[in-house]
Design a protein around this ligand. Structure first.
Ligand code: PA5
Length: 457
């Protein structure tokens, strides 16, 4: 179903409206001494402008740039034809096993859930094969027919152990089911254009493949073929997704803090850590469909920023720990801890303005005595009231917080949100004086796992 068909009650303007970022509750005027004072923000302008200049300097370098990930909204439309052609081939299967881990799966998984009402009928089911779990793999395979199943192996480096092991096992499973020659017709690869085991396999076996731009790292790659191919296969409007990212990029070209939402998020998150010692960043959407978006954000934020800042005082730790929460569920679980325990956290609420499929609450006369406040209310009004209430108690308890307000849940809005957080993460890394694009310690772990495998008898 196209976005325009789906959103009958919201006009075209609502569908492409910019995301709102409400940061007033980060200030001393809202939360008292735990908040940021306007003069602290003003004093910080030179650092913010330097980070902004660094990102801006890359603007015309396209996919060759250091921050190529921030230009995908503009650059990827040129590759849409090729991606769509492959997605159409995938769409002829009933099931697609999408092999990948970390940045090679979290983004597509998150967007599949977020855009669940935008998935077309009669499209394949996607099964994300990520962690090594023999039982889970057995369960998935027991329901599949090799002849109707396609494999897509996604790995930027082209050699991550979990993905390589899964691909070997699943290629074998497919070949046993349909024969080796036919099995090769049912495999697709997304990887680095020049290097790695997968690229080698593409060359040796002439498997169809799409490139991940070399300058775009795993966790920043959802807007490349890594995310776009599986999403296009299920009918997500990938053009609108990229348009949303490009629109957010255009919005973030100014160095005026109040008009550049990515810079605003970065500034407050950095100052929360450095000036108020708040080292835990809780993200709490009040929309179930964003549950996996929070997982994507956690990986992006943690792997990009959890490093040693060697630019000041001979090295100090950088980064704030991203924590997942879900409204209203965690009001009944984590909220007590948030309200009364240590003042070491700040919060990001995500609010949805327009709810599709809202339902009025059918309040029977006999129930009115118990729930008089539910009279003439709808489900969307209940969740809005719950968010407002939680935000108020968090603010009153002196915990700094911001709200990301989404006009609707569609591909354009999600494209904005992805670009917003990728951009805010890179600005924050530059403020810390670290490289937000690498992950040196993760690499060490990958190498050690190989050493242990070598040592096994
Ligand atoms: O952000 C990153 O680079 C990592 O989290 C990777 O996405 C993850 O390790 C998977 O790597 P690859 O895509 O090379 O298989």
């Amino acid at each position: 179903m196209a976005d325009t068909e789906l959103c009958r009650s919201c006009d075209r303007k609502t569908m492409t409206k910019p995301i709102e970022i409400l940061t007033g509750n980060f200030l001393v005027t809202a939360v008292g001494s735990e908040g940021i004072r306007p003069e602290e923000l003003n004093k910080f302008h030179p650092e913010l402008q330097a980070a902004h200049r660094h990102v801006r300097a890359d603007y015309n370098r396209g996919l060759a740039g250091e921050f190529a990930a921030l230009q995908l909204g503009r650059e990827m439309p040129a590759q849409l034809g090729e991606i769509r052609a492959m997605a159409d081939a995938l769409a002829t299967y009933s099931d697609v096993l999408v092999i990948g881990i970390g940045g090679s799966s979290l983004g597509a998984k998150a967007l599949q859930l977020a855009l669940m009402f935008h998935i077309r009928e009669n499209r394949p089911r996607l099964h994300f094969i990520e962690n090594i779990d023999t039982y889970q793999l057995e369960r998935v395979l027991s329901k599949l027919e090799p002849a109707h199943t396609a494999l897509v192996c996604i790995s930027k480096s082209g050699g991550t152990i979990e993905s390589a092991v899964h691909f070997m096992i699943l290629r074998d499973w497919l070949a046993r089911g349909v024969g080796a020659t036919q099995a090769r017709q049912q495999q697709w690869i997304v990887t680095d254009p020049g290097r790695g085991w997968l690229r080698d396999l593409v060359r040796r076996e002439r498997l169809p493949s799409l490139p991940v731009p070399p300058q775009v790292g795993g966790r920043y790659s959802v807007l490349t073929a890594v995310g776009l191919l599986p999403l296009a296969a299920i009918g997500v409007d990938i053009e609108s997704l990229l348009k949303g990212a490009a629109d957010n990029e255009a919005r973030c070209q100014t160095d005026d803090l109040a008009s550049n939402p990515a810079m605003e998020i970065a500034a407050y998150c950095y100052l929360m850590d450095r000036l108020r010692q708040k080292r835990i960043s809780v993200m709490m959407p009040y929309v179930n469909r964003l549950q996996l978006f929070v997982d994507w954000y956690c990986q992006l934020w943690a792997e990009s920023l959890g490093k040693w800042d060697r630019s000041i005082h001979n090295s100090v730790p950088a980064g704030t720990l991203p924590v997942r929460a879900m409204g209203a569920i965690d009001q009944h679980s984590q909220l007590q801890m948030y309200l009364e325990s240590r003042h070491d956290k700040f919060f990001t609420f995500i609010e949805l303005e327009h709810w599709e499929h809202d339902r009025p609450i059918p309040l029977a006369t006999a129930d009115q005595e118990f729930f008089p406040y539910l009279k003439n209310r709808s489900m969307a009004e209940v969740i809005h009231a719950e968010l407002q209430a939680t935000r108020s108690v968090i603010t009153e308890a002196g915990h700094p917080n911001m709200t990301i307000r989404l006009p609707a849940m569609n591909a354009h809005v999600l494209g904005q949100l992805i670009d917003l957080y990728q951009r805010a993460t890179i600005y924050t890394g530059l403020l810390y004086g670290i490289n937000p694009l690498d992950q040196p310690s993760v690499e060490k772990g990958k190498i050690l796992a190989i050493e242990y495998l070598r040592g096994m008898t």
